[in-house]
Design a protein around this ligand. Structure first.
Ligand code: HAX
Length: 439
């Protein structure tokens, strides 16, 4: 058993035993009650999932196993000479609840490089699609084509005890995460570079190899990729991509089917596709205004026009957060350190100066602050990633590490099939009766 698997097996067995007993003893206690507003409003805030890898506070933002993004920047191992944490380290932390050593992370980089083989039929499946198929469609198809390698599916078909479900799920998780940069880079090169592909370099870490296979050799792009793939990894269990992965996984679909489903959720413009929408919107603003340095007044007018057209301002608002997203701040700090004079980045910062004030005028908008997607496009543009339809795939490569670490935990904890109760509108009215509760 490899060192990470061994550690996970020990940790997970102890937590699973303890949690099972805790539920047995406290099973009838009430955790939450649900209002009609929550029931009809997309289940906002309803406590109904167990996710160990990270926790989202409305004001503080995301913490991964208790660590904030600035803390992770300090504590997680870096590539030699680098300043940004390696996503391998965050995966280790999410899976084991322990900060990895330098040696652990070097081992994990090498292990993922070893596991990163993508079979030929996957490339053939992708090549059957038109090159103008959206990269997220290609990504989802590619992940499903990889499913033929699922060890969980094979073991389940042979017959496997429930207590062993975590083991092939761990193997699928590791193989799948290892293959994603190769798969995503293949999609990038077939879509934007005439299918001229670049072989992986197994001496590189996971994120740097992704930048390499995409063909981006711009100075600093590997550093940016490490940071980018770290901060997008997880956002607790209730966000659409994490929740979908968990839900599909709860049917004992394998990690490939569960992740492809999660990626289809990420592909929506209210979720991960917002990263593409933001840059499209910013470029449209620049184009319509005819200047790369719009004034605050011009930006405000463009925002008001967007709202008047019945559209959302992409990159702003959040279902949980009530302050600027620390992932936005992390990217802003990165840009301030490495390219404070970048024109597009400065437009994004100016939008940040103006937008919360405008959105704040609308009572219905609960959070006028920027989310992660408000900044990522400008960052990627700086490094020459101009093909913004690809951005959500990059997000997805990162998000896979969080949702699949969670899937391993789901299996180790023996989480059941997810099956909430739905109601009809008449049923709700009947249940609540005609009494109007004021207060
Ligand atoms: N621009 C315009 N209107 C907005 C808005 C925005 N940025 N954010 C919220 N609203 C509107 C909602 O559309 C909703 O209007 P209706 O009642 O007319 O439907 C109202 O304000 C209440 O929404 P809310 O309670 O504040 O927010 P929700 O939890 O319903 O939605 C969203 C959260 C992220 C979907 C929302 O803020 C939004 O659409 N933002 C723009 C898209 C975006 O940036 N998405 C990425 C979010 C982060 C993420 O998942 N990244 O992957």
């Amino acid at each position: 058993m490899d060192r990470l698997k061994q550690k996970f097996a020990e940790k997970a067995a102890a937590v699973a035993t303890e949690f099972k007993q805790y539920v047995k003893e406290n099973g009838d206690r009430q955790v939450d009650t649900v209002s009609l507003r929550q029931l009809a409003g997309g289940m906002r805030g309803v406590k109904s999932l167990v996710t160990e890898t990270s926790l989202l506070d409305p004001v503080e933002g995301i913490r991964f196993r208790g660590y904030s993004i600035p803390q992770l920047k300090e504590l997680l191992p870096k590539a030699p000479g680098g300043k940004e944490p390696l996503p391998e380290g965050l995966f280790w932390l999410m899976l084991t609840n322990e900060l990895p050593t330098e040696e652990d992370v070097r081992w994990l980089s090498a292990d993922w490089a070893r596991r990163s083989h993508v079979p030929d039929h996957v490339f053939k499946a992708l090549d059957a699609l038109p090159t103008d198929a959206h990269p997220m469609t290609q990504f989802s198809v590619g992940i499903m084509a990889l499913q033929t390698d699922s060890l969980f599916a094979k073991a389940y078909d042979k017959g496997m005890s429930k207590k062993d479900h975590w083991d092939p799920t761990y193997e699928d998780t590791m193989n799948l995460i290892a293959s994603l940069p190769r798969l995503a880079a293949y999609i990038y090169r077939r879509t934007y570079c005439n299918g001229e592909h670049i072989d992986p370099d197994p001496s590189l870490d996971w994120a740097a190899n992704f930048a390499h296979m995409i063909g981006n050799e711009q100075a600093g792009s590997k550093q940016m990729m490490r940071m980018y793939l770290t901060i997008h990894a997880d956002h607790e269990g209730g966000n659409a991509s994490a929740h979908t992965t968990h839900l599909v996984g709860s049917t004992l679909s394998d990690a490939y089917a569960a992740l492809a489903s999660g990626m289809n959720a990420l592909a929506g413009p209210l979720h991960g596709k917002a990263t593409q929408e933001v840059i499209k919107w910013v470029l449209q603003m620049i184009d319509e205004l005819g200047t790369k340095t719009p004034s605050a007044e011009q930006i405000e007018e463009f925002i008001r026009k967007t709202l008047a057209d019945g559209k959302v301002v992409p990159g702003y608002g959040h279902a949980v957060l009530r302050q600027p997203d620390p992932r936005f701040t992390a990217q802003m700090e990165f840009a301030k350190e490495y390219f404070p004079d970048d024109e597009l980045v400065n437009v994004v910062w100016k939008i940040f100066d103006v937008t919360p004030k405008v959105l704040g005028e609308y009572k219905k908008i609960k959070n006028p602050w920027p989310n992660v997607d408000a900044h990522s496009g400008a960052l990627l543009m700086h490094y020459g990633f101009t093909e913004y339809e690809f951005y959500t795939v990059m997000f997805g490569v990162s998000r896979a590490t969080g949702v699949l670490a969670s899937l391993c935990w789901d299996r180790a904890l023996g989480m059941p099939l997810e099956r909430p109760k739905s109601m009809t509108i008449d049923g709700i009215k009947e249940l609540l009766g005609s009494e109007v509760v004021t207060s």
